[in-house]
Design a protein around this ligand. Structure first.
Ligand code: MN
Ligand code: MN
Length: 296
């Protein structure tokens, strides 16, 4: 059984009892396959600290975060042997308990384990500057930049959609085209606008009404998230990203959980940590406003 390390400060200073909680925060401080800026293992604690310095009012929903039933389990102790199996097992337990997980990475490879723990009919909406579809990178078949390739070998292409893409190798470009892997380039979103992006996503959602969302912090323009682990210019703004999530929430019959990954606090001036915490605040309130608490 995986061991949990209690948080020094629980997320947003809220700590409901596990049984009554709707939302469960879990840190996964793992960055062993990082290839540029290391240190995302320190992100869960940095995001928790930032979360204590935000007001809890959600302007999009009118809710106050402290009225949501949130339990912060702390960080999963990352073992040398099989941290990803332990993460899948822990997340599987959270889903079985009928709760909504929020996973604080760590690097993007954790989304592979999250997908393994998801109920079969759940699809993945991924916000990322990159496709993460490389076959092998720096000798590794499994890493933060190959995780979606590995998933794509096991899941049908309809099961995932990447939003905000603007960086890929020729290998990834050809693979995505050959496998008909869907993505929305950030350039096209910025040019065509929110309504266009929502229409594209709603078409996809018609056959895939249950969603798990993954936020790679490099989807944001580096001016908003300077401490992304692999920053990439010409990204989305926080407002546009949250508008997309807000626009989708009524169309997704259910959002079942999300993760937030690829933040390296050593490179931060404080802004990235606050943005990460804010994204979590707002997405939780959007999910609550869409009726998560009543659906159980
Ligand atoms: Mn990624
Ligand atoms: Mn990325």
């Amino acid at each position: 059984m995986a061991r949990l390390i209690s948080p020094v400060n629980p997320f947003a200073g809220i700590q409901a009892g596990y049984d009554e909680a709707d939302y469960v925060v879990l840190g996964f401080p793992y960055d062993q396959t990082s290839t540029y800026r290391f240190g995302s293992r320190n992100a869960p604690q940095a995001v928790r600290e930032a979360s204590l310095n935000l007001e809890t009012y959600s302007p999009r929903t009118g809710l106050f975060l402290e009225n949501l039933k949130i339990r912060d389990l702390g960080d999963l102790e990352v073992s040398v042997e099989n941290p990803f199996v332990e993460l899948s097992q822990t997340l599987g337990g959270i889903f079985r308990d009928g709760k909504f997980p929020v996973v604080l990475g760590g690097e993007h490879s954790l989304t592979y384990s999250a997908a393994k723990a998801l109920p079969d009919d759940v699809t993945l909406l991924i916000f990322d500057a990159h496709l993460d579809l490389k076959d092998i990178y720096e000798g590794r078949r499994f890493s933060h930049t190959t995780y979606l390739r590995r998933l794509s070998e096991e899941l049908k292409a309809e099961r995932f959609f990447v939003v905000g893409v603007r960086a890929m190798s020729s290998e990834e470009f050809e693979y995505a085209r050959g496998r008909n892997i869907r993505y929305l380039p950030s350039r096209q979103i910025l040019r065509e606008g929110l309504g266009w992006a929502l229409r594209k996503l709603e078409e996809w959602l018609e056959g895939n009404p249950r969603l798990y969302i993954s936020f790679d912090m490099d989807v944001f323009d580096p001016c908003y998230a300077p401490a992304a682990s692999n920053p990439e210019p010409e990204g989305l703004s926080p407002t546009l990203l949250l508008d997309i999530v807000e626009g989708l929430a009524p169309h997704a019959q259910q959002i079942v959980g999300f993760d937030l990954v690829e933040f390296s606090p050593a490179h931060d001036n404080g802004v990235t940590a606050l943005l990460a915490a804010k994204i979590i605040f707002e997405v939780l309130c959007l999910v609550e406003a869409a009726g998560y608490g009543r659906r159980k």
